[in-house]
Design a protein around this ligand. Sequence first.
Ligand SMILES: NC(=O)c1ccc[n+]([C@@H]2O[C@H](COP(=O)([O-])OP(=O)(O)OC[C@H]3O[C@@H](n4cnc5c(N)ncnc54)[C@H](O)[C@@H]3O)[C@@H](O)[C@H]2O)c1
Length: 292
Amino acid sequence: MSNDSKTVAVLGAGTMGSGIATVMARAGHQTILFDINEANLQRGIDTVRGFFDKSVKLGKLDADAGHAAKNGLVGTTDLTDLASCDVIVEAVFEDLQLKKDTFGRLDEIVSESTLFHTNTSTLSVTGIASGSRLPERVVGTHYCNPAPLMKLVEVADGRHTADWAHKATIEFLGSLGKTSVVTQDRPGFIVNRFLIPWENSCIHALEAGRGTKESIDAAVLGSLGHPMGPFRLLDIVGMDIHQQVATRLYEQLRDPKFFPPPMVERMVAAGDLGRKTGRGFYDYDDTRLFGS
Ligand SMILES: NC(=O)c1ccc[n+]([C@@H]2O[C@H](COP(=O)([O-])OP(=O)(O)OC[C@H]3O[C@@H](n4cnc5c(N)ncnc54)[C@H](O)[C@@H]3O)[C@@H](O)[C@H]2O)c1
């Protein structure tokens, strides 16, 4: 597979799907964003377009490139529109059966050379790949959030991933300007095995009154050099997603440091999920998923 402009699709227009679609359109690939939910699809497209507008305004992207990137993105709720895709990344809900079924349905629509990527955080790539009659084409590609800003993608092969699919994946991620780190098909890959306990410990610190959300964020920015503090990051990740990932990792690894602190359950119950609901640790007027 060469690095020329390709036709690519992202399934799921949520936090990750819209971020990954931004990365692909910015790299010059014809990008289709697919969601089963019209409202989520529209919000995803608005988020991507808003990100490009802001990048132009800030001088990070020239106006022509911003225009081209916006024109390179289309949305659809019809899976058959993905028939000519070279690469498809799924970023739908973290549900094994849903991800398996999604790849199984795509088998009937796309050619045998189409690469399937899964952005799962906690599920087995091998298990997801078993939903396709060609599991050799399936590769785990775990993007860091926010995808347009973070360079790293963890790459995990399933048990039946073919060499050609692995190599084409690394090449494709290079075309997106991403840095690939190859890891094993294990729960949490590399990053979430240390990120989730660290985020939990920041929430515990807040619960215990060791600092305010602002002071803990400021402490992390000023000491560790992270691009944003833990509570700003959790608001982008989504508290529902943090709860789900932390719980799944706890269930699989049986290590209490993964277990989500009580504040997480209360915030999820209240609907304070972060950017996507306009309120998390902080309040937001703009419920686009990232970018301002
Ligand atoms: N949020 C993060 O920080 C993060 C980071 C890395 C990986 N992930 C993983 O990425 C995936 C998506 O997470 P998210 O945070 O973007 O979730 P999200 O809830 O923000 O978005 C999920 C989207 O998938 C859509 N969807 C559901 N079923 C679908 C289907 N059958 N076809 C198409 N779209 C469908 C929903 O309508 C929704 O818009 C999950 O597997 C998650 O574990 C999340």
